[in-house]
Ligand binder design. Structure first.
Ligand code: TRP
Length: 365
């Protein structure tokens, strides 16, 4: 009994539905955080920047401080979905974990782990693949968009099936909440379909009265998306980012070179003035203010004043995070220890889940 997965164009109806669920979860977390387990994560492809920080990391820290158990997957296998090599992967994994801790994730409570080190998680891929069809994977809009971004690269088997692997990231630890951006909604839908179909086909062997997997829901973060300093998408490869770990000087230099426009009067108008509005927004986020107010205050001060104000606000906001980051970098064995403990806890959990899964499949001998 398998329901067909919807053609998952991210329509505004889909988005509205996801936003409504997201708001409900938000309220439920405030009532009782102990009912939730969050899993989310990142690919270790480069240094994290302010887009990640204001778009998702800050929200993860907030959730953890509200008392939600937090699991962070460092998705190292996802690096090779569309690349020929892994690059300086070890350093990047370490740097990602360092960023997490520097921005305020509590390493004593969170489970931070690279999924390559968790065989039980990876093994879930096999039964999960049995409940999906190649047609539904091929129409996954996120996979399509990522393939298009590779400029003519053929679809690898891993690229096609990585939403299934990502479902394993989420389901192995029975996470029920996944804070993500809207680009990841199709993956969450796929993970729910996998949980449901697994239950329908293999669930309820003798003695088991609850589903093996919960249905994970997306928690959409409110933070608006942030552009790069040239007004295009902020991207590690374009040199248009401000990285979390950058120095104050480097930040000032990057902002000085940021693209603006010729209108001296500063306004917050993301649609018509994306570059200027982006700097206004970053300033507002960094100083916890309203962007319209920030723009009004600068008024006729022009791009020069805007850049000065933006630089000050960002550097001030980031100073304690950068100081913490520098401390962590001075003692790499500390972060290594956090990762090692994360791997241990992830393996305990993955082995327990795999055991249940094999029981459901009647494959225990
Ligand atoms: N695909 C996500 C990204 O590129 C990273 C990721 C991997 C993830 N596994 C996950 C996100 C599980 C949420 C849940 O950003």
């Amino acid at each position: 009994m398998s329901q067909p997965i919807e053609d998952t164009e991210i329509t505004s109806a889909t988005l509205q539905h996801a936003e409504a669920i997201s708001a409900k979860i938000d309220a439920a977390i405030k009532r009782d955080p102990s009912e939730f387990r969050v899993l989310t994560g990142d690919r270790p492809t480069g240094n994290l920047h302010l887009g990640h920080y204001f778009g998702s990391l800050r929200n993860r820290v907030k959730l953890q401080r509200e008392g939600v158990e937090t699991w962070l997957v460092i998705a190292d296998f996802q690096v090779i979905t569309d690349r020929d090599g892994t690059g300086p992967i070890k350093e990047r994994v370490h740097s990602l974990a360092t960023d997490y801790i520097a921005v305020g994730i509590d390493p004593d409570k969170a489970v931070i782990f690279p999924h390559s080190q968790v065989p039980g998680l990876n093994e879930l891929m096999l039964p999960f693949l049995s409940v999906v069809t190649d047609a539904e994977l091929r129409r996954n809009p996120t996979v399509k968009a990522e393939l298009e971004a590779t400029n003519g690269r053929p679809m690898s088997g891993l690229m096609l099936t990585y939403p299934v692997h990502q479902a394993a990231d989420i389901l192995f630890c029975k996470a029920n909440v996944v804070p993500v951006g809207k680009d990841q909604l199709p993956h969450l839908e796929q993970a729910r379909v996998i949980a449901d179909r697994f239950e329908a086909r293999y669930g309820h062997p003798a003695g088991q009265d609850h589903p093996v997997f919960p249905r994970p829901q997306a928690l959409l973060s409110e933070a608006p998306s942030i552009l790069g300093l040239d007004g295009t998408k902020m991207s590690k490869s374009k040199g248009n980012t401000i990285e979390i770990g950058m120095s104050a000087d480097e930040t000032a230099k990057r902002i000085k070179k940021a693209v603006t426009d010729s209108d001296r009067h500063i306004t917050y108008d993301p649609e018509h003035r994306p570059e200027v509005s982006n700097l206004v927004l970053l300033t507002a986020l960094a100083s916890d203010r309203d962007p319209v107010e920030v723009a009004e205050e600068i008024g006729d001060g022009g791009a020069g004043t805007l850049k000065k104000v933006a630089t000050e606000a960002i550097n001030e906001h980031m100073a304690p995070i950068r100081a913490r980051r520098a401390e962590l970098e001075a003692d790499p064995s500390y972060v290594d220890g956090v990762i090692r403990r994360g791997i241990e806890r992830a393996n305990e959990q993955a082995n327990a889940t795999l055991h249940e899964v094999l029981e459901s499949l009647q494959m225990s001998y």
